[in-house]
Design a protein around this ligand. Structure first.
Ligand SMILES: C[S@@+](CC[C@H](N)C(=O)[O-])C[C@H]1O[C@@H](n2cnc3c(N)ncnc32)[C@H](O)[C@@H]1O
Length: 485
């Protein structure tokens, strides 16, 4: 079956212009401005000899130095992780309190809420109060690790319902939990029961950048919240990467509206023209235009369980899935002046950009820190505390330490090329308790050197590395690969 998206045909020239890779000059200028707004003078983004753009050191870094803290352009917590962790929908730090994190998870489990149905819950039950937390403990090795995964619950001993409820509603306080304060919960300004924040500033920033168009509450600016719910249900049932694509589209539409407004203000109200001005859309799209892109159904790796002879039909299924998702999104956030954004070609390239660039979003759980603290207490304080905490640990089982998990696109980190002998790595330190990407030097890096990270396990044998990197669409020719080839 051939998929025909009318917008692809109607706006083919504009879509081609939006997807045209920016010139080296535009790239350099854009990143210079971005780095200047972040007051970062230690890095530069410029063309490499062989693989598009890359990130270069503008200063000398020592081993273990922080090279970059990158604020995401857009990110999302996995739907399946939302039962386990309640985090700020903008910066992804944990919110509420230790008691609320534990009580909410056990409460939802007792209700039989499966991870995928959590996002459809419409309960305003997260408004408990607690104070803002800070964590400035020492550096610790923290890569994405197995302990973050939700494990099959074995030998869990359920807590009585009233205990779970009193944890959840803040009536019960756990011993020493005041040592792990979390920011109090701020509700969504649009009134939906999906998004919660650590502060008013995060709530406002999310509203202005993404959420006003994607909110299902009364204050939503979407064209139909009913259609939005259908879109979200489809994404939760199929692939939650569509939620991130919706964020990027919403981000661009909202930027376009702001740019238009400021241009009108500049000209005076009486000269407002309703004609479509494509240069505004190009400008609104600029931050996303910088990401390396290919169509999702062309670049997605063939899963192990799909036979090579079925590749064409697999890729067609992916394209159909994207088309279905796009139809649902279009009904929810249609914008006449940004119509090219809602073409299948653009949707495919946005998701393909995530496929080729995204970094796992991981934020360690303060609940794990709390139980480790109790475990380290000297006697007899430990025994006393454990009378309360042991039954809770028994109810949580192995799931007590699940971290926030998701995926995010980072503007600067995504410019870093791969090497099987990298000089830096994505590495969360003890104090990195939100969704920002942290890149640390693995060895001394001299000014002028390219900063590289490894996209895969660089200790694998040569052929295995090349096979994994084929999923990113290239054959590696780094110094290690050239030596081993
Ligand atoms: C995350 S982006 C890195 C930035 C990219 N060079 C750009 O221009 O935006 C990943 C893409 O860069 C290219 N790339 C990264 N490392 C490479 C390498 N060692 N050899 C060849 N291509 C590489 C591949 O096209 C890959 O899909």
């Amino acid at each position: 079956m051939e998929i025909i998206c009318p917008i692809d045909k109607q706006f083919s020239d504009q879509i081609a212009a939006l997807l045209e890779p920016p010139s080296p000059h535009e790239v350099q200028k854009y990143f210079e401005e971005l780095l200047a707004t972040r007051q970062c003078r230690c890095l530069k983004v410029k063309p490499t000899a062989y693989h598009g753009k890359g990130v270069y050191a503008e200063t000398d870094f020592k081993e273990s130095d922080l090279v970059l803290k990158d604020q995401m352009l857009a990110g999302a917590q996995h739907s399946s992780n939302k039962v386990d962790c309640l985090v700020c929908s903008y910066c992804f730090c944990f919110i509420g309190s230790i008691e609320l994190q534990i009580g909410r998870k056990l409460f939802l489990e007792q209700l039989g809420v499966s991870p995928n149905s959590e996002s459809h819950m419409q309960k305003d039950c997260y408004n408990s109060g607690s104070s803002v937390g800070e964590d400035d403990s020492d550096v610790e090795d923290q890569q994405v690790s197995g302990k973050c995964a939700s494990s099959p619950s074995k030998d869990k001993i359920p807590l009585p319902k009233d205990v779970v409820e009193s944890l959840f509603n803040g009536e019960m306080q756990l011993p020493y939990s005041e040592k792990f304060p979390l920011p109090p919960i701020v509700s969504c300004p649009g009134g939906c029961k999906e998004n919660y924040y650590c502060s008013k500033s995060c709530a406002e920033a999310d509203w202005e950048s993404f959420h006003s168009l994607l909110c299902t509450g009364e204050g939503s600016k979407s064209s139909s919240t009913k259609a939005l719910l259908k879109f979200m249900e489809h994404a939760n049932d199929t692939n939650d990467i569509f939620l991130l694509a919706a964020k990027v589209i919403s981000f661009t539409i909202l930027r376009h509206r702001n740019l238009k407004e400021s241009r009108h203000e500049g000209k005076g109200k009486h000269v407002i023209s309703e004609s479509r001005d494509f240069s505004l859309l190009l400008e609104a799209w600029k931050p996303v235009s910088m990401g390396y892109k290919r169509r999702w159904w062309d670049c997605i790796a063939l899963p192990d369980d799909v036979d090579g002879s079925d590749e064409a039909s697999f890729r067609m299924q992916i394209k159909e899935l994207a088309f279905t998702s796009l139809q649902l999104l279009k009904a929810a956030i249609f914008d006449e002046e940004c119509k090219p954004l809602l073409s299948l070609e653009m949707y495919g390239h946005i998701i393909g950009m995530f496929e080729l660039n995204n970094l796992d979003l991981v934020v360690e759980s303060p609940v794990e820190d709390y139980f480790l603290y109790i475990d380290d207490l000297p006697l007899p304080g430990k025994e006393e505390a454990e009378q309360t905490t042991k039954p809770i640990l028994d109810a949580l089982g192995d799931d007590y330490s699940i971290c926030c998990q998701g995926t995010a696109f980072f503007p600067l980190q995504s410019c870093m090329n791969h090497s099987c002998r990298p000089n830096a790595k994505a590495f969360k330190r003890e104090e990195d308790r939100d969704g920002q990407a942290t890149i640390i030097a693995l060895q001394p890096i001299a000014r002028g050197e390219e900063i590289t990270i490894s996209y895969i396990d660089e200790d694998l044998p040569f052929e295995e590395r090349q096979a994994l990197l084929a999923d990113y669409g290239f054959r590696c020719r780094c110094s290690k690969c050239l030596e081993e080839a």
